[in-house]
Design a protein around this ligand. Sequence first.
Ligand code: NDP
Length: 295
Amino acid sequence: DVTPVAVIGLGLMGQALAGAFLGGGAPTTVWNRTASKGDALVAAGARRAGSAREAVEAVGPDGLVVLCLTDYDAVREVLEPLGGVLAGRVLVNLTSGTSAAAREVAELMARTGGAYLDGAIMATPDGIGADDAAVLVSGDPAAWDRYGATLRLLGGGTARIGADHGLAALYEMGVLGLMWGVLNGFLHGAALLGAAGVSAEAFAPVARHGIGTVAGWLTDYARRVDAGDHASPDATLETHLATMDHLVHESEALGVDAELPRFVRELARRAAAAGHGGDEYSVMADVFRGRVGAP
Ligand code: NDP
């Protein structure tokens, strides 16, 4: 069920995407503003197009058009001159951006008479094509039915998550926030231990175990958030707050930047001041939603 593919944008990610399509047996046409970035793909069997328009035309009406550029300014710059060439075509845009920007491209494609899928890549270029790599896709259900098998060449976890074109971008934002939360926590912890001469390498397995422990709480937290029920806690917000104090003091004493733990404590203090000190920490969802403890 693999279809021809045009890949427009051959940066670090676009090259990996085109390589996975090619490796999966999809006849692949590539275009990049800086043509030399396509050389290795052409040597591996891809066809080089002289322009984005030529790439779209080259894959024919059954072909899938994949876009992976720096940002949505670049997406608009590439798409706008294409106009009617995209009529009746399916465009998959894997460029990172906001949900609003994704919905704008969906509207542009609808005006053009084409279908649109927006995708969020949950992998780095070297992971593309692996079983545990995923591209989360949202948008037109018929387009997914037609091209899902081709898109799954990008990763075993590739899946469609809904009809709203903005959903993939929202999932990506959620995961990005998570990524920086986890990475900053690890790097801050490594700075604390580093002050006592402990290497980050020694800390890493303990940190990984801690991340696993916290990951195990998500099912219960998600249920609480959806139900709006933060009663009967395993640990109260007040207990968390007392421990946050230790982290702030320890950081300050060791000369480690304490802004991150201070900020985390400030958010929790707002919930406690609004009367939620006895709740499960999951009540912080209501702070983020602006329902509790507005500054
Ligand atoms: P790169 O900087 O390596 O590539 C950017 C690409 O966009 C290049 O092909 C560049 O062309 C092209 N481009 C930029 N502006 C224009 C323009 N005005 N007209 C035509 N082409 C343009 O970035 P990545 O490949 O790493 O990332 C691409 C997208 O994928 C981003 O949105 C990123 O967030 C997302 N992504 C990347 C991941 C990663 O690990 N790399 C992970 C998940 C998502 P040229 O070569 O001519 O400059």
